[in-house]
Design a protein around this ligand. Structure first.
Ligand code: GLN
Length: 453
């Protein structure tokens, strides 16, 4: 009841596309009865969770905030959703996001903008904007989002909460609408590191329905988070990308807080050293070439035949029919990316763009192993600027793309990353620090995050 009333009094933020009020209340009553009857309690007994509307929940609508999926209902649960339910979570609703998770401000949703609860003139970040704001404003305890290039960490940064993107393959993508399959990962929004650790423990792990979900055993993150019995090394050697701090778009107040943070860590006994990273200027271009290529292929399934929007305009032939359905169903940003992706994959341009970007990705992967042979963690600001005003970036998609500079690296190489809400900007907005560790080192990541926060 509490969460439903907070949702109700925050309708103007537009964080939810749909609230499952009656169903969630009935489930809460059932869980209460189970407890009274002495049934064993799940790890998330009664925890109220929201889902970014790219994650399938059986029997419920699923839209990816796109008109093309109007009227579509999921016929199965995402694996992550199944696991939440098995552990007693209550799913309270579907959350607004950028269409097909493409964007950094939630301004690309077919169902309207989401407002940042800290300042209603500003964006919440994206693409998981609704999920971030729902946790920020206390409309649910946890949200699941998706992070292809920062869509969990960046809105967490803009909203002053914790945002975790696990290692690629740590959480099954079964039931997650694909944007760029080799980058996508389900992530977690929470108010604390402990809540993120517990949720990860529940949703992570191998899955017969997703061959890219890793068989690497799941660590009991929540019990080892603060455990003094834990024998694993705590991260001590921390690197930062020197070039990232020289980035011309980096806000001076964020730069100052971050540099101060590096000094504090040194004073606390951490070894803090710069890492040379000459490839910095290539990572955003490589990211947008590869993700648009994958998106153009993934989104070809939305043709209005099997499901989704079907145009009322009479068609002459099949190509014409697809054209009408897709032109009406997709929004501007999604179309831009389908066209970019189709272009970089086309004969004559494939080698110049796609192959080149794959080469950059491979070099980055090699450099990443070299970095983690010297360092336990990499830190950076999460985003170069605090949350910007609604509408202020609309004329320049490239400018918006460039703001992903610190987050896309983790997705290109598949490592885990977290945004921790550590600071407040002189303009009153929260912002964070991003920490990244090596593949499947979520425990180390969460432990160091707990210390930092
Ligand atoms: N802003 C990035 C993009 O638009 C990240 C999106 C995401 O992580 N889903 O692609």
């Amino acid at each position: 009841s509490h969460y439903l009333s907070v949702i109700d009094s925050n309708k103007h933020l537009n964080a939810f596309l749909e609230v499952f009020a009656d169903e969630a209340a009935a489930r809460a009553r059932q869980l209460d009865q189970d407890r009274n009857n002495g049934k064993p309690l799940g790890k998330l007994h009664g925890v109220v969770v929201g889902l970014k509307d790219v994650i399938a929940y059986k029997g419920h609508k699923l839209s990816a905030s796109s008109k093309i999926l109007e009227g579509f209902t999921s016929i199965y649960n995402a694996t992550a959703v199944d696991r939440l339910l098995q552990e007693g979570a209550i799913i309270i609703g579907r959350q607004n996001c950028d269409e097909f998770a493409m964007g950094s401000s939630n301004e690309n949703s077919a169902y309207g903008n989401v407002l940042n609860a800290a300042d209603n003139k500003r964006v919440p970040g994206g693409s998981s904007g609704g999920s971030a704001v729902a946790v920020q404003a206390g409309m649910c305890m946890i949200s699941l989002g998706s992070d292809t290039g920062g869509s969990v960490r960046q809105p967490a940064d803009f909203c002053g909460i914790v945002g975790l993107k696990p290692t690629y393959g740590r959480v099954s993508r079964y039931g997650l609408i694909a944007y760029a399959s080799s980058f996508d990962q389900i992530g977690i929004f929470a108010k604390s590191v402990a809540d993120a650790a517990l949720t990860l423990e529940v949703i992570a792990g191998e899955d017969d329905f997703d061959s890219t979900a890793s068989k690497e055993p799941v660590v009991p993150y929540s019990s080892l988070l603060n455990s003094s019995n834990y024998n694993g090394a705590a991260p001590k050697k921390i690197g930062y990308f020197k070039e990232a701090l020289e980035h011309p778009g980096l806000d001076p107040a964020i730069s100052q807080s971050f540099n101060q943070f590096l000094k504090t860590l040194t004073a606390q006994g951490y070894i803090v050293e710069p890492i040379d990273f000459e490839l910095l200027e290539y990572i955003v271009p490589a990211y947008y070439i590869l993700t648009t290529a994958e998106a153009s292929s993934n989104l070809s399934r939305f043709d209005g035949v099997k499901y989704g929007h079907r145009s009322a305009v009479p068609s002459e032939d099949l190509a014409d029919f697809y054209k009408h359905n897709r032109s009406e169903g997709f929004g501007k940003e999604v179309k831009r990316r389908i066209m970019l992706g189709t272009f970089v994959l086309s004969a004559g341009y494939f080698d110049a763009y796609f192959t080149k970007a794959q080469q950059v990705r491979n070099i980055l992967l090699k450099q990443t192993s070299a970095i983690f042979s010297r360092f336990d963690a990499i830190i950076s600001p999460t985003v170069p600027t605090p949350a910007f005003e609604l509408g202020s970036m609309n004329n320049d998609p490239i400018e918006m793309f460039l703001a992903d500079i610190y987050t896309v690296f983790a997705n290109l190489v598949g490592i885990p990353g977290i945004s921790l809400p550590l600071f407040t900007h002189p303009n009153g907005m929260p912002f964070g620090v991003q920490v990244m560790t090596s593949h499947f080192s979520e425990l180390a990541l969460l432990r160091i995050s707990e210390v930092f926060l």
